[in-house]
Design a protein around this ligand. Structure first.
Ligand SMILES: [Zn+2]
Length: 269
């Protein structure tokens, strides 16, 4: 077993899984669905820089129009300019790690009238998604991407933190019947650092039935991961970086070891 992938020791380990460490290592094609430009860097920026991850990797950014750029002093700067800056940051990130990316061009929650206080409601459900008319178009676009090419693995966010854009992507993938494609769900950083581990487990059990964690050792990649997150300089704050380090340490309860965690469903979707 590769040392960098450690199956979490918990009472779920005896359940047979659809996907395991070897599957992750040996797949040929991976689709990573990222609601916003920086989600891959935050949530799986360690995994993606591992030399042992040799799959052909396609990143699809979904909500790529935005007026959210806290470090740009964005008041008075147009949506077009902010979106352009964020696209440039992402292109730099993708060039640096050598992956190809596609932007779907949908307006994010900041363009659709949400604010910091209501873009991540305490309770989120299908009803909220249905009321947001753009989200049906998003679902169709994601479905087209998934049907145009076949991927061995598709990564989708768990929507921990209930961000409406993340939940839309989660729900779309979760509801789709994808013959021959294994779905993998990732923990959304930095949002999930705001929840304690029991709360994260609770969200996972609400979103997925019989889910099983796979824990990825990124101790050798954490410095590179943080460097790469900083490429998104219009977005990132010192608190965000602290949140990434905090969550990466607590997954295995070690001060010196850093991990990312992804979830697969044992049976069904
Ligand atoms: Zn996001």
């Amino acid at each position: 077993m590769p040392k960098w992938l450690v199956r979490q020791m918990c009472d779920r380990t005896c359940i047979p899984m659809n996907v395991d460490e070897d599957t992750l290592l040996n797949v040929e094609t991976v689709l990573y669905l990222s609601p916003h430009f920086d989600d891959l860097a935050y949530s799986n920026g360690g995994l993606i820089t591992k030399k042992t991850m040799s799959a052909k990797f396609t990143l699809v950014n979904i909500f790529t129009r935005s007026v959210w750029a806290p470090n740009l002093k964005s008041h008075g700067i147009s949506e077009e300019r902010i979106s352009e800056v964020r696209q440039i940051e992402d292109s730099r990130f993708c060039r640096k790690i050598g992956i190809r990316s596609l932007s779907l061009g949908f307006p994010d929650s900041s363009c659709r009238g949400y604010s910091n206080s209501n873009e991540a409601p305490l309770l989120i459900n299908e009803e909220i998604i249905r009321k947001d008319s753009i989200l049906n178009k998003v679902r169709t676009a994601i479905a087209e991407v998934l049907h145009r090419s076949r991927f061995d693995l598709v990564f989708a966010p768990l929507a921990i933190g209930n961000h409406v854009d993340h939940y839309c992507v989660f729900n779309t993938v979760h509801e789709m019947n994808l013959e021959g494609t294994q779905k993998v769900y990732y923990e959304d950083l930095p949002y999930c650092a705001l929840l304690c581990m029991n709360e994260i487990d609770h969200v996972v059990s609400q979103r997925l039935q019989d889910a099983h964690p796979i824990v990825i050792d990124i101790s050798n990649e954490i410095a590179k991961k943080i460097d790469n997150i900083r490429i998104y300089s219009s977005q990132v704050s010192a608190n965000d970086i602290d949140a990434v380090r905090f969550h990466s340490r607590r997954i295995m309860g070690s001060e010196h070891l850093f991990h990312e965690r992804i979830w697969v469903q044992v049976y069904g979707k």
